[in-house]
Design a protein around this ligand. Structure first.
Ligand code: ADP
Ligand code: ZN
Length: 203
């Protein structure tokens, strides 16, 4: 797939989908193959806490490794870009600000291959952060699915549970230090209590 863009300079690839759909696995697969191709590569990951720092390292069979650089904003990525990097990979792109859109556009127009992975919908099933725009400007978009934990079908929703119960619509998009958990679910098995219980009768 990516071979076809080699003559045209840079391009943008987006790996989108729900949690547990294998976006990170796919990103790592592409990064590993770029390492095998002896490309100069940088990997960024937003919301990279200390627990991940040692784990999120990608190595090839010939022993070359790439560590993910933590970055919580597009500006932090821009500051740390290696001008010689041929491939720039960014995981958890949904948490970044809209500054990521001009940044990856600029990188691609200067000949870089940019690979972004991110959750395309939030716990409400609505577009998440810069993901819709990134999917629109990308040359290539892959939308992955997880397995619905209730029915075993293809899952396209992130079910947020608080205390084992479906989270209401008005809980924050990004919960900091929360005790919530997530399940991959399909559209039919997804449950979203309305913000105002009275709204349910409008549908
Ligand atoms: P993502 O980056 O999309 O959150 P990861 O690449 O981190 O996904 O993890 C994908 C892995 O999650 C799968 O290979 C599988 O082992 C595991 N997994 C756990 N729950 C599920 C599920 N409901 N559907 C699919 N894979 C799941
Ligand atoms: Zn289901």
């Amino acid at each position: 797939m990516s071979q076809s863009f080699h003559q045209t300079g840079g391009w943008i690839e987006v790996i989108a989908g729900v949690m547990f759909s294998g976006k990170s696995e796919e990103l790592i697969r592409r990064v590993r193959r770029s390492i095998i191709a002896k490309k100069r590569i940088q990997v960024f990951k937003s919301h990279l806490d200390a627990r991940y720092a040692g784990i999120y390292a990608i190595s090839s069979h010939d022993g070359r490794t790439v560590n993910a650089i933590p970055a919580d904003s597009a500006a932090q990525i821009a500051q740390q870009i290696d001008p010689m990097a041929q491939v720039v990979a960014i995981d958890e792109a949904q948490f970044l600000d809209n500054g990521i859109i001009p940044l990856v556009t600029s990188l691609a127009s200067r000949g870089r291959r940019v690979i972004l992975a991110g959750t395309d919908t939030d716990f409400r099933g609505e577009p998440f952060g810069p993901m819709p725009s990134l999917m629109a400007i990308a040359e290539v978009v892959d939308k992955l699915h997880a397995i619905c934990v209730l029915c075993g079908g293809p899952a396209s929703r992130n079910q947020r549970l608080i205390g084992g119960q479906p989270a209401p619509y008005d809980s924050p998009t990004i919960m900091v230090g929360g005790t919530e958990s997530y399940e991959a679910r399909c559209r039919m098995c997804f449950s979203m209590p309305p913000k105002d219980p009275g709204q349910a009768s409008l549908l």
